[in-house]
Ligand binder design. Structure first.
Ligand SMILES: Nc1ncnc2c1ncn2[C@@H]1O[C@H](COP(=O)(O)OP(=O)(O)O)[C@@H](O)[C@H]1O
Ligand SMILES: [Mg+2]
Length: 178
């Protein structure tokens, strides 16, 4: 479909729409995009960054190199962050205070166990104010709060497919008109 090849992120219908009568607002709660290149990922992330609210939790799913950290970079750009965005591969978390918001970028790929989580004091980070972008949330399913929004990256031979799901009303509002 030629419209999918545009450089900016363009929504396309979800391949498996929910059964009729379910979720009247699914257009907002379940979005899919084809992202042709890194700029498209950044552009989508910047739109998302303009909509984040204190306390929100975003899960980022996808293989290594899928674009999860790139997305966080775009979100921070939307919040006027001008510094370098480091991948928290070894530190597990990078904190940001920007535009009056506290954001925590987690990468749990190298999280060993619950003890490491507790010893690092991560539990206290979930204070209802901090905003979370969590890469590899599947490494700590019982430790982190439920996501408001889940973002799934699929690596294609060229570009990425991204599916964005809202799990809560806050998440749904965030995705409205994205
Ligand atoms: N839509 C896209 N199409 C192609 N390459 C992309 C796209 N978005 C990001 N990239 C590239 O893919 C890589 C993603 O790296 P990164 O964001 O660190 O991935 P992850 O955090 O998921 O491991 C980067 O080299 C980035 O330039
Ligand atoms: Mg990463």
């Amino acid at each position: 479909m030629p419209t999918l090849m545009m450089e900016t992120a363009m929504p396309f219908p979800h391949p498996n729409p929910p059964p009729e009568g379910e979720g009247t607002n699914d257009r907002c709660a379940n979005l899919s995009f084809f992202l042709a290149d890194e700029n498209a990922t950044i552009a989508l992330a910047r739109r998302l960054g303009a909509r984040v609210k204190p306390g929100m939790v975003f899960y980022l799913h996808g293989d290594l190199g899928a674009g999860k950290t790139t997305l966080v970079r775009g979100v921070l750009g939307a919040l006027q962050y001008a510094g370098r965005v480091k991948s928290p591969t070894y530190t597990l978390v990078e904190p940001y205070h920007i535009s009056g918001l506290d954001l925590r970028h987690f990468d749990l790929y190298r999280l060993h166990d619950e003890d490491e989580w507790e010893a690092a004091g991560f539990r206290d980070e979930f204070d209802g104010n901090n905003i979370f972008f969590i890469e590899w949330p599947e490494k700590a399913p019982n430790l982190i709060p439920k996501a408001d929004v889940e973002i799934n990256f699929e690596i294609l031979s060229q570009g990425r497919n991204v599916e964005i799901l809202a799990n809560t009303e806050t998440g749904r509002q965030c995705l409205e008109h994205l």
